[in-house]
Design a protein around this ligand. Structure first.
Ligand SMILES: [Zn+2]
Length: 498
């Protein structure tokens, strides 16, 4: 039976309440992952806004989706809210396990959330392997049964929303999943030799093994890039960010809507994140600065999100502020993150000894992520249509292993899925960044990031938020939409600097 679409007034009320719900969820995530609050408590939030996740209401919002872009984004929110509500206890349980579980490795007790950073800092390969094995065993024993149950609940619930399967839901929202998957297949083909050659070289330089020997437990070590530590000290991270933003005309310290959470705290997630609790009035930037290349990149990435959200015009729609195309905000984040290995930026902000080498190594890391996310999209498309979820553990190993020539950790086959095909937002954002960077260089020169007028353009684009798709924003600036091939061009340009 078809459901009638809601009235405009109903839709407006739904939109308003969705905004409040999202703000409360982000606040709770911020408090928990920043280590201010030991438990992640989602249930009271879902209960306060139970009307948003009633099936009939979600179906009604779906019935209102036609050509209207804003309603499509709202429907995505409604579907994700509906599914999130079904498995909120699962999400809480997994967060609790991640925060509380401790592993014993070689007689030493390590919190689960610290296993990855400890692995990255461990020069001894054998011990890294033990750390990985312990993390995988904990995931299999504790988290995976919960995540499997959640995946099954979602699988059963999607058809009751009259939207086909999970893949169809996102196609109806306007995600061109098959088109993107085709572009990913060509990218995987055209960059395979490039990956084999350059990954082998970088693994040898940073980890001491070639690609044929490299294992999953070597990957955090590869990213850790310990040999660059002296070039990226912790105490210069924030001054460099202040200076970079100042060049663009943004005074970070006087932004009353930006809150920096920099302290060390037990239970704080070591990964930097941005929580745009109120857009643009209250945006949190959370990090524990430890220094090193990876940490610098994470700070600049999250600062890109932070400045984007902090600049959104407060009179814009809720879709512009929260629910629109996430490739836009990921693009802004990547643009900032990639400054950290731009030779001209390095000359200005740091005294890095070999900036061209750093840039070309950065291109190898981009190649890793591009190939990994391309393979993840292919995996996720299969995952949501597979008759037997558990059988996908093997496909995960095949598809990711084929792309990277490194066997992934099988226990991560559920954890390594980004809900809502967020993987496509990253892939599109990387192309968006590559194309936007070309545009900025043409308009403002290779040191565009030192130009006040470039900053003015960025602030104007940031103020739009993300209601307009990244493709449309780019098309207006450059005359062409998002092309995955732009990522490959950018990577080849970086590799050639070595
Ligand atoms: Zn991001």
């Amino acid at each position: 039976m078809t459901v009638a679409p809601p009235s405009q007034a109903d839709l407006a009320a739904y939109r308003e309440e969705a905004d409040r719900f999202e703000a409360e969820l982000l606040e709770e995530h911020y408090l928990h992952y920043a280590g201010h609050k030991p438990q992640l408590e989602l249930e009271p939030i879902y209960e306060r806004h139970a009307g948003l996740t009633e099936r009939e209401r979600v179906r009604a919002v779906g019935a209102a989706v036609r050509g209207d872009e804003a309603t499509r984004w709202l429907w995505r929110f409604a579907v994700e809210g509906y599914l999130g509500n079904l498995t909120k206890e699962h999400t809480e349980r997994v967060a609790r396990l991640e925060a509380e579980l401790e592993a014993t490795v070689d007689g030493e007790s390590i919190r689960f959330r610290m296993l990855q950073p400890v692995m990255a800092n461990e020069p001894d390969r054998e011990r890294r392997r033990r750390l990985r094995d312990v993390a995988a065993a904990l995931r299999d024993e504790h988290m995976n049964p919960v995540m499997l149950e959640a995946a099954r609940l979602h699988r059963g619930a999607v058809p009751t929303l009259e939207a086909g399967d999970y893949v169809e839901v996102y196609e109806r929202i306007g995600f061109d999943l098959e088109g993107l998957a085709d572009q990913c297949r060509s990218l995987l083909d055209s960059t395979e030799r490039l990956w084999e050659e350059h990954a082998d070289r970088l693994f040898r330089a940073r980890v001491g093994v070639g690609l044929d020997e490299a294992a999953q437990w070597d990957v955090p070590r590869l990213f850790r890039a310990a040999e660059w530590d002296a070039d990226f000290p912790a105490d210069r991270m924030l001054p460099a960010l202040d200076g970079t933003l100042a060049d663009l005309g943004v005074d970070l310290r006087s932004q009353e809507n930006v809150h920096l959470d920099l302290e060390q705290r037990p239970g704080k997630d070591p990964r930097a994140f941005c929580a745009p609790i109120e857009v643009p009035q209250r945006v949190m930037l959370v990090i524990q600065p430890i220094g090193g290349l990876d940490d610098w990149r994470a700070l600049f990435h999250e600062a890109g999100h932070t400045e984007h959200y902090a600049h959104v015009d407060s009179t814009r729609s809720i879709e512009a502020k929260r629910f629109g195309d996430a490739a836009v905000t990921e693009g802004w984040a990547t643009l900032m993150e990639n400054l950290v290995r731009e030779p001209a930026w390095l000359d200005r902000r740091l005294d890095v000894s070999r900036p061209r080498q750093l840039a070309s190594e950065g291109a190898v890391i981009d190649l890793y992520f591009t190939r990994r996310y391309a393979a993840k999209l292919l995996y996720e498309l299969e995952f949501y249509r597979a008759p037997d979820i558990e059988a996908m553990r093997g496909r995960y190993v095949e598809l990711l292993g084929e792309a990277l020539k490194i066997e992934p950790t099988p226990a991560n086959y559920l954890f390594d899925i980004d809900a809502g095909f967020y993987v496509t937002e990253y892939l599109r954002s990387w192309a968006f960044e590559a194309q936007l960077r070309d545009f900025l260089r043409t308009e403002f020169g290779n040191t565009w990031f030192t130009r006040r007028d470039a900053g003015e353009l960025l602030r104007e684009l940031w103020s739009e938020g993300q209601e307009r798709r990244a493709d449309d924003m780019l098309a207006e600036l450059t005359g062409s939409g998002i092309e995955m091939a732009a990522i490959e061009d950018r990577i080849r340009e970086g590799l050639a600097l070595a």
